[in-house]
Design a protein around this ligand. Structure first.
Ligand code: 2P0
Length: 348
């Protein structure tokens, strides 16, 4: 029987609290600003990927949730696989008896345990899982930060899913992307009381993709350069300090302000992009009303390129919040599960 080499890995979803929005290089996927995210537990949201390499395969093939995708039609998939193969070729050059895996086609099977179209960052966990699977199969010596550069060429936010806990994607300045990578700010044990609640407002696919939307923002928004230059650097520092000190009120305020500014630059894009809907805005108002009622910043909302809300709160407040959301937003009969609870952080 012909040789088959195989690896299986899982990778988590991350939710940004300082948002990535805008590229300075769209081939290498180099961002205009640094970003910072929280990695969610894999109990509820994760991608599991199995990869096989064999000299008997005739071409690279990939199945996503059982349906085959055309690998050669996706520049991002080709870039990620080619970059990993290049690293494997270096291993083979140094170990002359190494199996020539870099020259064999691969078959990849990837499955999410959550709805792919629900706007829950499936490309982040998907490309992180692909690159981790390639690294395991190829026995690459690179660190997780070094591998995050490979995940980044698949999808920007994927580089942050290479770690658990709290993760910064440093924008970098180099034209070749060598310093644009993810670093772990704190691991998943650092703040066990912090929890995330996901409120699925709609599980329909978004109307404007992140990739297209952020490019139009870079080209047309007058507010955007101000965000990149004058706002994000200070927020990155303040957010890292809040996490280090487990200062929830500061963490929450920064998270809400950065989500609001990201959606403001989307509205300032021409033509405008609006990802939040009336329900999203009602949820944000309810969070502020809750915080006012309890007399402290006990909860934070954040929204990505879609209407779904992610709520951060400490464990001691989460049950009250879940009851409040369930009361104010009763679940429609025909919708997908609208909340994953409890959703403690951490993974590796
Ligand atoms: C983030 N988002 O920081 C931001 C906030 C959406 C809003 O990263 O073109 O799917 O693949 O690099 O990573 C979504 O962008 O875009 C995203 P590409 P990606 O999480």
């Amino acid at each position: 029987m012909a040789a088959v080499f195989e690896a299986t890995v899982t990778a988590p979803v991350n939710i940004a609290v300082i948002k990535y929005w805008g590229k300075r290089d769209s081939t290498l996927i180099l961002p205009t600003n640094s970003s910072l995210s929280v990695t969610l537990s894999q109990d509820h949201l994760r991608t599991r990927t199995t990869i096989r390499a064999s000299p008997t395969f005739d071409r690279d093939r990939l199945w996503l949730n059982g349906a085959e995708e055309d690998v050669s039609a996706s520049k991002r998939l080709v870039n990620a696989i080619t970059t990993a193969r290049r690293l494997r070729a270096e291993v083979e050059k140094q170990q002359t008896d190494a199996v020539p895996l870099s020259q064999w086609p691969v078959h990849v099977s990837s499955e999410n345990n959550f709805p792919t179209a629900a706007g829950l960052a499936s490309s982040a966990s998907g490309y992180a899982a692909l690159v981790s699977a390639l690294a395991a199969l190829f026995e690459l010596p690179q660190s997780a930060s070094e591998l995050s550069r490979v995940a980044r060429v698949g999808s920007g936010s994927a580089c942050r899913s290479m770690f658990g806990g709290f993760v910064a994607w440093q924008a970098g300045v180099a034209a070749d992307g060598s310093d644009s990578l993810a670093v772990q700010v704190a691991d998943h044990t650092h703040w066990p009381e912090l929890q995330a609640l996901i409120l699925v407002v709609s599980d329909r696919k978004k109307t404007v993709s992140s990739t297209a939307g952020m490019q139009t923002t870079v080209e047309t928004s007058a507010l955007f350069p101000e965000r990149v230059r004058a706002v994000v650097p200070g927020r990155m520092e303040a957010m890292q300090k809040a996490i280090a000190e487990r200062d929830f009120a500061t963490f929450a305020a920064l998270t809400m302000q950065d989500s609001n500014q990201f959606h403001a630059v989307c509205l300032d894009t021409y033509p405008p992009i609006s990802y939040m809907n009336d329900t999203s805005r009602s949820i944000a108002a309810l969070v502020h009303a809750f915080n006012a009622a309890v007399g402290r910043t006990a909860a934070a909302y954040t929204y990505d390129a879609g209407p779904n809300a992610v709520i951060y709160a400490l464990e001691s407040d989460m049950r009250d919040l879940v009851e409040l959301f369930a009361y104010c937003f009763p679940r429609a009969e025909d919708t997908a599960p609208d909340a994953f609870y409890p959703n403690p952080l951490g993974l590796f």
